[in-house]
Write a protein that binds this ligand. Structure first.
Ligand SMILES: [Zn+2]
Length: 199
C-alpha cells in the first residue's frame, strides 16, 4: 500500500476543503430555533504531522447560535478530527490499518515519523475493537458489507471494501463514513462530495 500522501500537505488541504463544505451546509441550515449561526471555532493542536499542516488545523470549525437565550453550539461533522482524539482521523485509521501489513522496520518508521506512543496505538486498537463496533453507526451499517467483515480486522477490512482507485481515496471514503462519530451536536446526515480532480 502506498501511503506517501501522509507526508503531503495537499492531502490535508483537501480534507480541510471537505470540512469547509460540510460546515457551510450546517451553517446554511441554521440553528434548530431558527437563529443564525455564527462562527465559534475550537482551538485544536493535532499531533504527529505538524510540519504538513497549515494554520487551518489549529482550529475545528464550529458555530454558535446568534439568538440571545439560545446560543446553541453546532459543531459540524469533520473528516479531519475524529471526536476528541488528538491525532487526525486519517492517521488513526491508517496506522491501525497498516499495522498488520507492515514489516517491523517500516512500522517503527511510521511510529517515529508520526510521534505515536505504543500506548496510543494500543488505545486505538481498543477503540476500533470495542468502541467502534459498539457504535450505532457500525450497528446500522455493518449489514451493508457482504460477506460480513471480521471485527478484529478493523479498520483495514472496511478500508479494503470501500470504493476509490487508490488508498488515499478509500481513506477519504472511510473518513466520510465515520463522520457521524466526529460530532455529538450535529449527528445528522451531511452530504459530502469527494472530488477526485482535487486529489
Ligand atoms: Zn438557536
Amino acid at each position: 500500500m502506498c501511503h506517501a500522501f501522509i507526508n503531503d500537505s495537499r492531502f490535508y488541504q483537501l480534507l480541510m476543503r471537505m470540512d469547509q463544505d460540510i460546515a457551510a451546509e450546517v451553517r446554511a441550515g441554521g440553528c434548530s430555533c431558527g437563529g443564525v449561526l455564527h462562527s465559534a471555532r475550537y482551538p485544536r493542536k493535532p499531533r504527529g504531522i505538524r510540519s504538513h499542516l497549515d494554520e487551518s488545523y489549529a482550529t475545528r470549525l464550529s458555530f454558535c447560535c446568534a439568538v440571545e437565550g439560545c446560543r446553541r453550539r453546532s459543531t459540524p461533522p469533520s473528516v479531519r478530527f475524529l471526536g476528541r482524539k488528538v491525532y487526525l482521523g486519517a492517521l488513526v485509521i491508517l496506522v491501525t490499518a497498516l499495522e498488520h501489513g507492515l514489516s517491523p522496520k517500516r512500522r517503527q518508521w511510521l511510529i517515529e515519523t508520526l510521534d505515536i506512543w505504543p500506548q496510543t496505538l494500543a488505545r486505538w486498537r481498543k477503540w476500533w475493537r470495542e468502541t467502534f463496533v459498539a457504535s450505532r453507526l457500525w450497528q446500522a451499517q455493518r449489514s451493508n458489507f457482504m460477506p460480513p467483515l471480521n471485527p478484529t480486522q478493523l479498520p483495514g477490512a472496511v478500508l479494503g471494501r470501500l470504493g476509490g482507485h487508490d488508498l488515499q481515496q478509500r481513506l477519504c471514503h472511510l473518513l466520510v463514513f465515520l463522520m457521524p462519530l466526529s460530532s455529538t451536536s450535529c449527528p445528522g446526515y451531511v452530504k459530502v462530495v469527494i472530488d477526485p480532480q482535487k486529489m
